[in-house]
Ligand binder design. Structure first.
Ligand SMILES: NC(=O)c1ccc[n+]([C@@H]2O[C@H](COP(=O)([O-])OP(=O)(O)OC[C@H]3O[C@@H](n4cnc5c(N)ncnc54)[C@H](OP(=O)(O)O)[C@@H]3O)[C@@H](O)[C@H]2O)c1
Length: 260
């Protein structure tokens, strides 16, 4: 029930037809009897700055949840960044403080690791291949290293972004076993698609599924479609899969906590 005291937390995205966060966010608020509501706002990249400037002025704005393509740009519009957001220079949530200032946070990675654990897949001690070095992949990489993986190899189309991510990880976790590699899943027991490949019909697969080893867990950050072509290919080879939906489901409580 929306009343005069309801606080507003829009989801900023472009495009926004695929988003699933409002449904789970609003369900979480309702279940916890928190008077806050989310609507998706379709904001073109060139309109992000004026949109955020206007929202900053809204007294009952709790904050904003942010997704493609705004995660990096919004970090530059915040007054301060906390936790993983400060490490990766990207945000998926912004809290409006009482004085109208904006605090950015990043919970993609924590959500991903919480989703794995919730499905009884502890990432500790695993040899991990992560495809991607964008906003979601960067958060996932930090959280996996913090969760004690054995090793982490990053493969990304733009090699310089993979190198930058490894550099950021090295300064935060000097003892971690990190590498840059091709998207070859052999020898890894957890393989993650952290790119947007799989969202659109006709997308290439992020890796060659014929090179997956027996016993490998294949995980996704893409949540729409629910079972991506990569997950279908892994299932067809008898491998365990982990959907992108688990990441958003476990993350939503963290997002609501940040704004509540
Ligand atoms: N489940 C969840 O809770 C959750 C949370 C956040 C995001 N996501 C999903 O994660 C995905 C990525 O989001 P993001 O915010 O990380 O996006 P992003 O910052 O734009 O990064 C996109 C990544 O995908 C790669 N990529 C894109 N097109 C490619 C192509 N044709 N071939 C090879 N690589 C390609 C990019 O490589 P380059 O660096 O070379 O461009 C980059 O690594 C989206 O599907 C999003 O919906 C899910």
């Amino acid at each position: 029930m929306i009343t005069g005291t309801t606080r507003f937390a829009p989801l900023l995205a472009h495009p926004c037809r695929h988003v699933r966060t409002p449904k789970v966010f609003n369900a979480e608020c309702a279940a916890r009897q928190i008077d806050m509501v989310m609507l998706p706002l379709d904001v073109q990249p060139q309109m992000l700055q004026p949109t955020v400037a206007a929202l900053r002025a809204v007294g009952n704005l709790a904050g904003m949840v942010v997704t493609i393509p705004h995660k990096t740009a919004i970090a530059t519009l915040c007054d301060r960044l906390t936790g993983a957001a400060a490490l990766v220079g990207a945000c998926n949530i912004v809290r409006r403080e009482a004085d109208g200032s904006l605090t950015g946070g990043m919970f993609d990675g924590e959500g991903f690791v919480a989703g794995l654990r919730h499905q009884d897949h502890d990432p500790a001690g695993r040899r991990v291949l992560l495809i991607g070095a964008g906003g979601a992949a960067s958060g996932v990489a930090h959280a996996l290293v913090a969760a004690g993986v054995d090793s982490l190899t990053i493969a990304n189309r733009s090699a310089e972004k993979a190198a930058l991510l490894v550099e950021q990880l090295r300064s935060a976790f000097p003892q971690a076993r990190l590498g840059i590699g091709p998207a070859n899943p052999r020898g890894h027991d957890l393989v993650i698609n952290g790119t947007s490949l799989g969202m659109h019909e006709g997308d290439a697969l992020p890796l060659d599924p014929d090179r997956l080893s027996p016993g490998t867990l294949v995980a996704e950050v893409v949540m729409q479609p629910d079972v991506t072509p990569l997950l279908r290919a892994a299932e067809a080879r008898g491998l365990a899969i982990h959907k992108g939906l688990h990441m958003v489901e476990q993350q939503v409580g963290l997002l609501v906590d940040f704004l509540a």
